[in-house]
Ligand binder design. Structure first.
Ligand SMILES: [Fe+2]
Ligand SMILES: [Fe+2]
Length: 170
């Protein structure tokens, strides 16, 4: 269901008022800039990840909830609106799930639109972290953005584990 909802979200344009208010309650001006430069589909996905962490009975004891939610809202900010067509998004999603090796082999900046889409998908954590750091976003949030697709290792931050779990479910 979640996958179909994400496909459906590719064709919608604007967040509901309540979602926008939710976002504005956690992000400052720089954060809102980063959030707004994502496509609707990525904005909606990010809101779902943040709301999941808040509302689905997730144990957030001992975590910095405000920074975790900022990380949730900004984790995919390296995917800039207009860079990837909806069609390539579907193809990239398929390749990521079924042929992950192809993503690394074909991902090349600025080559064909599909090569570029694969490049963005592969590199959006480091791109997003760079953008966020440049705009003065909290270093903890920058770290969450940068590592949100890394393999979890012993001693990983609880915030990163929770973010990855919520991201995978939404
Ligand atoms: Fe991501
Ligand atoms: Fe995500």
């Amino acid at each position: 269901m979640a996958s179909w909802q994400r496909v459906f979200d590719l064709f919608r344009r604007k967040l509901k008022h309540t979602d926008r208010e939710f976002v504005e309650s956690y992000l400052d001006e720089a954060g809102l800039f980063l959030f707004t430069q994502m496509s609707y589909a990525d904005q909606k996905h990010s809101v779902k990840v943040a709301r999941f962490l808040l509302n689905e009975g997730v144990n957030t004891k001992g975590v910095n909830l405000k920074l975790l939610l900022q990380g949730a809202l900004l984790h995919d900010t390296g995917k800039v609106k207009g860079e990837i067509s909806w069609f390539n998004r579907l193809i990239v999603g398929l390749i990521r799930r079924c042929f992950p090796g192809v993503r690394e082999k074909w991902g090349q900046r600025g080559k064909s639109s599909l090569n570029h889409a694969l490049y963005v998908d592969l590199n959006h954590p480091s791109r997003g972290a760079y953008l966020a750091e440049s705009l003065g976003i909290d270093s903890k949030v920058v770290s969450l953005i940068k590592h949100h697709h890394d393999k979890i290792t012993d001693g990983a931050d609880l915030e990163l584990i929770l973010l990855q779990t919520a991201d995978g479910k939404n």
